[in-house]
Write a protein that binds this ligand. Structure first.
Ligand SMILES: O=C(O)CCC(=O)C(=O)O
Length: 225
């Protein structure tokens, strides 16, 4: 299957037929949008890194997921790896600083994050990178967001996860520590901060189990990729 639209059709069919997402009770009773960030739970990691986690942050996650799945102009990419060009195993769409985001709830999420974090971060989240993991074969390998300032400066990357839960793994870049696992569910928020991008690595591993589609929305400050 080489046409990205075929993947989307397949993903929609899988979602409708076999993997209905678990709409939360919150989704039924609250108006759509990001919830309060006061309930965030912070975990300090080694080397000056930390993560904040807030399950079920986004009310209305079902509708947002459906709109992004069909409305975002997803692109397949190819990359050089070990002297040959290979498919990047996920679909992508990047919104740079000043570009209109693909949904008012994505804008609301970014604005809420800025209200909460901008004082500590010293700047705002201005870009949004969206990734579509079509099924368990899609993944992202171990990496830190070190293209740009993340390689030398403390920064933050905030992830809103939508759709099928997938584990996000974290391990110290220098080795020597256990791998941490966070199962990112539908509507969950995870923020990586401090030195996390340069002293830790993160990954979304492949899964051999039947796995429905997931969308990750990552908010970053300017110059962090
Ligand atoms: O899928 C995710 O939530 C993580 C994505 C990621 O690490 C990246 O795109 O750099």
């Amino acid at each position: 299957m080489s046409d990205p639209n075929e993947y989307l059709t397949l993903a929609r069919s899988i979602e409708l037929m076999t993997a209905p997402l678990q709409g939360s009770l919150l989704d039924l009773t609250e108006s759509p949008g990001p919830g309060p960030l006061g309930r965030l739970s912070r975990t300090e990691l080694a080397h000056g890194a930390w993560i904040d986690v807030l399950p079920g942050w986004m009310a209305g996650a079902d509708e947002l997921f459906a709109r992004l799945l069909t409305g975002v102009p997803w692109r397949a990419e190819r990359r050089w790896m070990y002297e040959r060009v290979v498919d990047v195993p996920r679909m992508l769409c990047f919104y740079g600083a000043g570009e209109e985001l693909p949904d008012p709830l994505v804008t609301a999420a970014r604005d809420a994050l800025n209200e909460h974090y901008a004082a500590g971060l010293g700047e705002e989240f201005v870009t949004a990178g969206l990734c579509l993991y079509r099924d368990g074969r899609d993944s992202v390998a171990w990496h830190g967001d070190t293209i740009g300032r993340g390689s030398t400066e403390d920064t933050m990357v905030a992830i809103l996860s939508l759709g099928t839960p997938r584990p996000l793994l974290l391990r110290p870049r220098a080795g020597g520590g256990p791998t941490l696992r966070h199962d990112l569910g539908h509507g969950d928020l995870l923020v990586m901060g401090g030195s996390c991008q340069r002293t830790w690595q993160h990954a979304i591993p492949k899964s051999a189990r039947p796995t429905g589609p997931r969308i990750s929305v990552q908010f970053r400050p300017a110059g962090v990729r």
